[in-house]
Design a protein around this ligand. Structure first.
Ligand code: HH2
Length: 388
């Protein structure tokens, strides 16, 4: 039977659970090395509401050097053989040989973090199987990608890359309606880059394809929580990131903590259901994600279909760091804390009249300088080369 378009197979929001059959994955390395354990994890994630489980046999953590196709096959095939027909799964690989075997064993989607750049035969394998495909952005390669990632404008550069890879995939015979796109959180990006990509996900959505986001457990989350050396983030922070991605338009959320994410998304998507005639249909369709994943009555909210045109450079908003709101000296002079106009309070020894204004302005400027110093220190910390 011909597969339906990817937006019908994975209505927004859908959850992709992660099972790494590796000794060295950044979060769950070594946990699922036994095929029975790995298959049990996959079954659990599916039962918790994952629409699909992404099985990987090679870590792409910063600094990793990769494994051979033989080793990858040795790791994943026994797991996939145990899942056949029971749990929907995707294969996280950049290798044609691994993808081909996984597709024979029932994989629905090929998740290629290199966006068809690593193996010249992969596009043909995906096209021949009429499989779903995720094209992800990565700057550099895992071994060195976090050394010093730089962009003039991260959102437009990532979108331009994905637009080019999408055209390449379609040219190679893969149907466009089988493809989703991924900004590649943590793949050659600083904390500020990762945040800006989520904030400006609309630039990627303008390509007209569903967007997958994998922020789960990545070090950016731990760093945002105050540990500049973090290599992972907490479950709660991962759920927060998944919700933020969903609110910014993501369709598929790739996560390690499926139950928590599904519960949070179920509530967030119920809140978003609009009122009115269309709202009634949408509310009827808004069954819990957990039931949907088991093939229950499914919502068919269509992803935002936009024009495939990138915004002109001139219209691009400034980069994340510059978007941080700093206290404005003028604003502080004019307003009290609550925003309402407030006279400058008089204290003993304080000047009044125009001097009072100048004193308030001086305080506001000092506050602004302190805020700038804090932001600069934060930025310096976030370009550290470790983690994703
Ligand atoms: N992240 C990882 C692996 N594959 N695929 C997509 N499409 N998007 C992602 O963000 C993504 C991905 C890294 O996470 P994980 O698989 O848990 O770690 P490792 O590569 O160390 O096995």
């Amino acid at each position: 039977m011909e597969p339906v378009p990817i937006e019908e197979r994975f209505p927004r929001p859908s959850v992709m659970g992660v099972v790494n059959v590796t000794p060295d994955s950044f979060f769950d390395g070594g946990v699922n090395l036994d095929p029975d354990e790995a298959a049990a994890t996959a079954r659990r994630l599916h039962a918790e509401g994952a629409a699909i489980v992404d099985v990987g046999g090679e870590s792409t953590r910063p600094g990793s050097t990769g494994v051979t196709a033989e080793e990858e096959l040795r790791r994943v095939v026994p797991v996939l053989e145990r899942l056949g027909g029971e749990v929907p799964f995707s294969i996280d690989t950049a290798k044609a040989a691994v993808a081909e075997r996984a597709l024979e064993l029932g994989a629905e989607l090929v998740n290629d973090v290199t966006a068809l750049r690593a193996d010249p035969d992969l596009a043909e394998v995906v096209a021949a199987a009429d499989a779903y495909l995720c094209l992800m952005h990565m700057q550099g390669e895992p071994r060195t990608m976090q050394a010093d990632p730089r962009y003039d404008d991260v959102a437009t550069e990532v979108a331009a890359f994905l637009e080019e890879r999408l055209a390449f995939a379609v040219e190679a015979g893969i149907r466009e309606d089988r493809i989703c796109l991924d900004p590649g959180i943590g793949f050659g990006k600083t904390v500020a880059h990762n945040l800006e990509l989520l904030r400006r996900l609309d630039v990627l959505l303008a390509l007209g394809r569903p967007v997958l986001v994998g922020f789960s457990r990545k070090s950016t989350l731990g760093r945002l929580l105050g540990d500049p050396d973090a290599t992972t983030g907490t479950a709660a922070a991962s759920v927060g990131a998944a919700l933020a991605a969903y609110e910014h338009g993501a369709t598929i959320l790739r996560v390690h903590d499926v139950r928590e994410t599904v519960e949070a998304l179920t509530v967030a998507s119920a809140v978003r259901v609009p009122r009115g005639k269309r709202g009634r249909a949408a509310r009827r369709a808004a069954v819990p994600l957990r039931h949907r994943a088991r093939g229950g009555r499914g919502g068919r909210e269509r992803p935002d279909r936009g024009r495939r045109r990138l915004p002109r450079r001139g219209r691009v908003r400034p980069r994340g760091v510059r978007e941080l709101r700093l206290p404005s000296a003028g604003g502080a002079r004019r307003r009290g804390r609550g925003g309402a106009p407030r006279p400058v309070p008089r204290r003993a020894g304080m000047c009044s009249g125009p001097e009072a204004g100048r004193a308030a302005s001086g305080r506001a400027h000092r506050r602004q300088r302190r805020a700038i110093a804090t932001v600069s220190a934060y930025c310096a910390a976030t370009v550290a080369p470790r983690g994703r």
